[in-house]
Ligand binder design. Structure first.
Ligand code: ADP
Ligand code: MG
Ligand code: MG
Length: 316
């Protein structure tokens, strides 16, 4: 509980989106506990709705009916359409059709089948990857995946859930402040005590230290790293961000943190940035700000590279 003057932050911790979540919210109008509980409930709803394995999942429904049109609700349609747009924007570095690849690597469900697949398995899974295998019917809110593709929204759903969380808070009280965090990704609801920035630590990808601080009064921050979900075999680290052009975990960087105006953008572009920075981090540092995404990259070995624009988020 954070206290200052008569403004009080209510904090709720829980589990959703496959990770731990923390909701810190204050309102002068509504009991903040009510707001926080509504947010956590919604995050759980989003978790199963966009899971690849849950029986209630609409993604599973689409994947189980490849080659057929599947009618979906507006929320699902918009999120898949957003994922498609990020794939186009990043020339396929972010690709929501990596589902089959994640399956052969075991990065699905409860991660009990983690293993290095054979080249054959990777080739076969790779042949199903390509965001253009997603067909979108704007008129009837229908989605189809072709060529045996499987959709996986794991690189964007958390960000979407964080943006929803803020909307929910503001729907209770448009002057609510605070932030919501899921597995290290953060969406600001409003400035601390109505006027101060929240201070966010960037985690050392190879330790527990904080390597940098970000000051934010609005917007969002998301990190993609090789240190949260991985396994090591024969001394090689294999993690869950897959380069859609090779079928193997992306190499060359330890983490990519993105500050953006919304969490959906930060999430999708941190995943894309991770794939792209391993090939050419300078390009990410130069190009991403034009997409509204401000990167901090930790290269393999630990060197930190940031965009010029990143100084906007340093202590004022
Ligand atoms: P985290 O979930 O740890 O914050 P990310 O935001 O980078 O990390 O999301 C990683 C998840 O994104 C993976 O677990 C998988 O579901 C999905 N994914 C993996 N590779 C890609 C990719 N190239 N494009 C889009 N999604 C991906
Ligand atoms: Mg992401
Ligand atoms: Mg992330």
């Amino acid at each position: 509980l954070l206290l200052r003057g008569n403004e009080q932050y209510y904090e709720l911790r829980g589990f959703a989106l496959g990770t731990s979540v923390r909701i810190v919210v204050s309102s002068k109008k509504i009991n903040p506990k009510t707001i926080a509980e509504a947010i956590l409930e919604d995050m759980k709803r989003i978790t199963y709705k966009f899971s690849t394995t849950d029986e209630r999942s609409v993604v599973k429904k689409i994947n189980d009916h490849t080659g057929e049109w599947v009618e979906v609700d507006e929320e699902t349609y918009s999120l898949i359409k957003a994922a498609y747009a990020f794939a186009e924007l990043t020339e396929g570095a972010f690709d929501p059709t990596v589902g089959k690849l994640l399956e052969v690597w075991g990065f699905t469900g409860n991660y009990e089948n983690l293993r290095v697949p054979s080249n054959d398995e990777i080739e076969k899974a790779l042949s199903s990857v390509g965001y253009r295998n997603i067909l979108l019917d704007d008129r009837h809110f229908r989605v189809m995946v072709k060529n045996g593709s499987k959709i996986d929204l794991g690189g964007i759903a958390k960000g979407y859930a964080l943006d929803r969380a803020r909307q929910i808070a503001l729907s209770f009280d448009e002057d609510a402040t605070g932030f919501v965090e899921a597995g290290g990704d953060i969406r600001i609801i409003g400035p601390k005590f109505g006027k101060y920035p929240w201070v966010i630590g960037v985690k050392d990808p190879r330790g527990d230290d904080v390597i940098d601080y970000i000051y934010l009064k609005s917007g969002a921050v998301a990190t993609s790293g090789d240190y949260e979900r991985y396994f090591i075999e024969d001394g090689i680290r294999y993690h869950h961000i897959i380069d859609p052009s090779t079928g193997y975990p992306a190499r060359g960087v330890w983490s990519v943190t993105i500050v953006a105006e919304d969490a959906t953008t930060a999430d999708a572009l941190s995943t894309a940035g991770f794939v792209m920075a391993g090939r050419d981090w300078r390009k990410v540092v130069l190009d991403f700000p034009r997409m509204g995404a401000h990167p901090l990259i930790v290269l393999e070995g630990g060197k930190i590279e940031k965009s010029e624009t990143f100084k906007l988020f340093e202590r004022e």
